[in-house]
Design a protein around this ligand. Structure first.
Ligand SMILES: [Zn+2]
Length: 53
């Protein structure tokens, strides 16, 4: 399950944030299964430095 954080969606496996739940879910499924990140997915991640948390 992805977690919603400040209107964004978190991959709980790798801690990357996405604007779309679909992408966060894809990332999480991939991370869990492959134990690595998929650049085709992670390129859509939100840069944390852009966020004012
Ligand atoms: Zn991930």
């Amino acid at each position: 399950m992805t977690k919603k954080v400040n209107g964004l969606f978190l991959c709980e496996e790798c801690d990357l944030l996405y604007r779309k739940e679909e992408l966060a879910q894809k990332c999480e499924d991939w991370c869990r299964e492959k134990k690595s990140c998929n650049i085709e997915i992670t390129k859509h991640a939100v840069n944390k430095s852009e966020l004012s948390l």
